[in-house]
Design a protein around this ligand. Structure first.
Ligand SMILES: Cc1ncc(COP(=O)(O)O)c(C=O)c1O
Length: 457
């Protein structure tokens, strides 16, 4: 193990110890503190408990350290504290966001009629997409969902969203918040690489056609657990045939469509009715930075609620606040723009490619190891696996993975994650930033092996 990965990436404090350190901050007193005093408190009592995303040992989640150009833009956004809702509140902010959305549509190959909006999170992007899909279904049934609500549907029991068992849980939130309930979601099985099974979609549609209306197919370009990319092209065709809305949750994975060698995974994504993407995952822009794309800009009209004091219907200027519910919106476009312009697209693509290559090489190396079971082929920057020492009892395997995970997380020299695939507990590593190299990932395997030996004793 080299010295770099020995850096503690977070303090080892217990929740109680962290509370002890932080209580002082929330003792709101009549007298104020100088910024020096606050800074000292922060350095001593808060920073040690923050996670270091800039370390090669951070291999568990989708967070990254800030990119220089992004940091620069976000400092400017903060200096002027711009709200980007409507023309009256920030003409420059509004126009930059609009231009950025249009330029991103072009960059990702959407049609000239497409549009996008910045959102507070991928969860809200997915929710808005499902609302738009439902709105379209209501129009098919001859009423306006915005006015009538769910009671306009002749039979709510007929409405179904098809998705996969590996879809992010935000699809459940969306179904709940829209009043459809989780029962309206049908979770389809995945194939051996954990991509949604296209034949299952076809068969399910055929099977349920008489008593259900599939109004939306919700697929994922980069699932949270394994980074698998559902095949958009054949699914877009099915959606067209059955006149269902296609939403792609590209919150994690869609950025990788910019990398030429990975582009084929995303073929057909530009045909989706809507797609959400989170630049805050791997681009190093400040959280939150999410986008929702729509194939037809008019679709955002279904979101619009006008008022008399701003966001007026007759305003000739753009009002981004008409494309999603929040009235006050952050100037997220600026940090994304400054980041992409500062690095240049060549470097942006190199930054995106590095973790993908790291995981691919890691997978190739592990294929040759007898004590590692690989649970899928990596489409993007995530790999799930199990450590299986020779002659180790099958029924103890879940406990072994849990033990290894708990010990690694307690050591605080690296982070990995734990998930379940088809009832098996598996270990999961993520390479999201260029500092997570194949070497750093192999060091994790050495530690996993050592801990497995420790468990056997
Ligand atoms: C595939 C996918 N979709 C949606 C989300 C939710 O995005 P957010 O955390 O911005 O709400 C995530 C978060 O990790 C995700 O991985």
């Amino acid at each position: 193990m080299n010295n770099r990965s020995r850096i503690q990436i977070c303090s080892k404090a217990s929740p109680e110890e962290i509370i002890n350190d932080l209580n002082l901050f929330v003792d709101f007193q009549d007298e104020g503190l100088s910024l020096e005093t606050l800074n000292e408190m922060i350095e001593k009592r808060l920073v040690p408990h923050l996670m270091r995303y800039d370390q090669p040992g951070f291999q568990s989640m989708f967070n990254t350290f800030p990119e220089e150009g992004a940091k620069f833009g976000s400092e400017i956004a903060l200096t002027y504290n711009q709200g980007v809702t409507n023309w009256q509140v920030s003409p420059g902010g509004v126009m930059l966001e609009e231009l950025c959305c249009k330029a991103l549509c072009k960059l990702f190959g959407f049609s000239p009629n497409a549009d996008a909006t910045f959102m507070a999170s991928g969860t809200y992007g997915n929710q808005e997409a499902l609302y738009l899909a439902l709105h379209k279904q209501a129009e098919k049934e001859g009423f306006n969902l915005a006015e009538k609500g769910l009671k306009g549907f002749k039979d709510l029991n007929r409405l179904v969203v098809l998705t996969s068992i590996d879809a992010h849980f935000s699809v459940k939130h969306a179904a709940r918040m829209l009043g459809l309930g989780e029962e309206s979601l049908r979770f389809l099985p995945v194939d051996k690489n954990r991509r949604i099974d296209v034949n299952q979609i076809k068969e399910t549609v055929k099977e349920i056609r008489e008593f259900k209306d599939v109004f939306c197919v919700f697929i994922t370009a980069g699932t949270t657990s394994t980074g698998s990319v559902d095949p958009a092209l054949p699914i877009a065709k099915i959606c067209k045939d059955i006149s269902a809305w296609l939403h792609i949750d590209g919150a994690y994975g869609f950025a990788y469509s910019l990398v030429p060698e990975w582009k084929h995974f995303f073929e057909g994504a530009e045909l989706a009715d809507s797609l959400c993407w989170n630049p805050h995952k791997q681009l190093g822009v400040p959280i939150p930075n999410s986008l929702l794309f729509v194939q037809r800009w008019e679709d955002f009209g279904r979101m619009s609620v006008y008022s008399e004091y701003f966001n007026r219907k007759e305003d000739p200027e753009p009002n981004p606040g008409l494309k999603s519910p929040p009235s006050t919106r952050p100037f997220s476009a600026l940090s994304l723009v400054t980041s992409l312009r500062h690095q240049g697209m060549t470097k942006v693509i190199e930054r995106l490619r590095a973790p993908l290559v790291a995981i691919k090489k890691f997978y190739e190396k592990l294929k040759k190891e007898d004590d590692i079971e690989l649970n899928h082929q990596p489409d993007t920057g995530i790999l799930c696996f199990r450590i299986i020492p020779k002659d180790f009892p099958e029924k103890e395997l879940d406990n072994l993975q849990r033990y290894v995970y708990d010990r690694i997380m307690a050591e605080r020299e690296r982070t990995i994650s734990l998930t379940k695939l088809d009832d098996k507990v598996v270990l999961r590593v993520v390479a999201i930033s260029p500092v997570v190299t194949t070497e750093a990932l192999m060091e994790t395997i050495s530690r996993v092996r050592a801990l497995a030996k420790e468990y056997e004793k």
